[in-house]
Write a protein that binds this ligand. Structure first.
Ligand SMILES: [Zn+2]
Length: 76
């Protein structure tokens, strides 16, 4: 399954490999993950995260939710 576009559907810009910052606002706290491998539009900055990476992000988010961490800040 590949949902990464080769061209940005929003602005038509070029989509290249890069990194992004993922944030999740849980009711119990906030999770911030930096240096997340992603595909980023060079024009508008829209990003797409590939499935294996989003599974990892989900695991981090789940853990923070269970531990009721107020602020979890990690780097990938
Ligand atoms: Zn774009």
């Amino acid at each position: 399954m590949n949902h990464i576009p080769s061209k940005c559907p929003i602005c038509g810009g070029k989509v290249e490999k890069g990194t992004t910052t993922f944030t999740a606002d849980l009711k119990t706290g906030v999770v911030v993950v930096r240096n997340v491998p992603a595909f980023v539009c060079t024009q508008c900055g829209e990003d797409w995260i590939d499935n294996p990476v989003s599974i990892q992000l989900e695991a981090i988010t789940d853990r923070a939710r269970k531990q009721k961490t107020q602020l979890e800040m990690v780097s990938m």
